[in-house]
Design a protein around this ligand. Structure first.
Ligand code: ATP
Length: 364
């Protein structure tokens, strides 16, 4: 099912005499294609959970509309929206078994939706199989690992075959390995069911790895929407460029003049564009190519060998911060003597941003 947000806004009134209102979601327009796994990404407090709560109907918008397909669901109560929800805390019923937990949403169906016992059991078993916990049906939540508990929560959300699945930081209580494994599982389950899914996280790597589309939010606004690789390769502004990528993009103070990009006293690259003046230069760590005759001279601190790659830790007076990292292939480890290293820059990995509004400046 396609989901559309039109001019969606949520303002929480300030509490107390002097408290300002909080604009948690600020005129958001978004179209989510049918069957898409969308990663909603942004720093803490940017409005991700509020968007999910508006979609589920737990919150009413201050302005704007929500459509499921062609249907305007803005005023529809949560139970009539056909949405499955999974939160960070699994919120399983501790006194019920796994099977009883999964059956629970079905037992609440009334009227024409009411199911027989056999039908309920069949649906619950199917959902349990999908998340591979069908051998644990008689256990209580306290007898399961964190990853298994999270799967039960997902099965419980899937058992009614929702039209939309909303996952709010579903992996954050899991340890690193389980997190990696469970995110692959989520991708598989989503592929198998084809349910339009929105996955909220503040972990850019997690969002990049499993999403069809990513939405990057800040202060209640959408900064960019696109495929993960497209957003990484083509960030529209400095915020998005900084938010995606590990290690993060390296930022320098620089300027353009007469077709050259300058950092300090070195012309580091040719640039063909209309802009002459000061700007912020972003270089992805993989954009540095060590070369004896390189145009960009940096202070070398140390090399960190990390298997396939080598991280070259450097300093530069115009770097914004303390030290920065260049990532190079371990086959290309440069022979360095002394305390400096020179790089050529890969133009496709260099991004220029205005200093005032932090928007990207395009160049050839
Ligand atoms: P996190 O990643 O930390 O969960 P988030 O991106 O999900 O953050 P939201 O929970 O959507 O952010 O909150 C967005 C903003 O709205 C925050 O400034 C938050 O303090 C505020 N907010 C959320 N819920 C309420 C509420 N019920 N009353 C008042 N302010 C709220």
């Amino acid at each position: 099912m396609e989901v559309t947000l039109k001019d969606l806004t949520k303002i929480f009134p300030g509490k107390g005499k002097h408290a300002a209102d909080v604009v948690a979601v600020d005129h958001v327009d978004l179209q989510i294609p049918d069957g898409c796994l969308l990663g909603l990404l942004g720093p803490s407090g940017c409005g991700k959970s509020t968007v999910l709560n508006l979609l589920s109907g737990l919150l009413a918008p201050t302005e704007g509309k929500i459509f499921f397909g062609d249907q305007d669901v803005t005023d529809l109560p949560p139970e009539k929206r056909g949405v499955g929800l999974v939160f960070q805390s699994y919120a399983l019923y501790p006194h019920l078994t796994v099977l009883q937990n999964i059956l629970f949403p079905l037992q609440n169906l009334r009227g024409k939706d009411k199911l027989t016992k056999e039908e309920m059991l069949q649906k619950a078993t199917e959902a349990a199989k999908l998340v591979q916990i069908d051998t644990l049906l008689d256990r209580k939540p306290s007898e399961l690992s964190g990853g298994q508990q999270q799967r039960v929560a997902i099965a419980r959300a899937l058992v009614k075959m929702p039209k939309l699945l909303l996952l709010d930081e579903p992996l954050s209580n899991l340890d690193a390995r389980l997190r990696l494994q469970t995110r692959e599982e989520l991708r598989r389950i989503q592929n198998e069911t084809g349910i339009t899914t929105i996955f909220v996280t503040h972990d850019q790597e997690e969002a990049m790895s499993i999403s069809d589309l990513i939405v990057v939010m800040k202060d209640g606004k959408i900064h960019q929407i696109g495929k993960p690789q497209d957003i990484y390769d083509d960030p529209q502004d400095l915020f998005v460029a900084k938010f995606l990528g590990t290690p993060p993009i390296d930022l320098f103070d620089g300027y353009t003049k007469d077709g050259k990009l300058w950092i300090g006293e070195e012309a580091v690259m040719d640039v063909d564009g209309d802009y002459d003046g000061h700007l912020t230069v972003g270089i992805r760590p993989e954009g540095f190519v060590p070369s004896q005759t390189g145009a960009f001279t940096c202070g070398l601190q140390r090399l960190e060998v990390m298997g396939r790659d080598v991280s070259v830790v450097c300093q530069h007076p115009f770097f914004i911060g303390d030290t920065f990292r260049a990532i190079i292939d371990s086959d290309d480890i440069p022979k360095v003597t002394g305390s400096t290293i020179r790089f050529d820059l890969k133009p496709s990995k260099v991004y220029l941003f205005r200093e005032d509004d932090e928007q990207r400046i395009l160049f050839d």
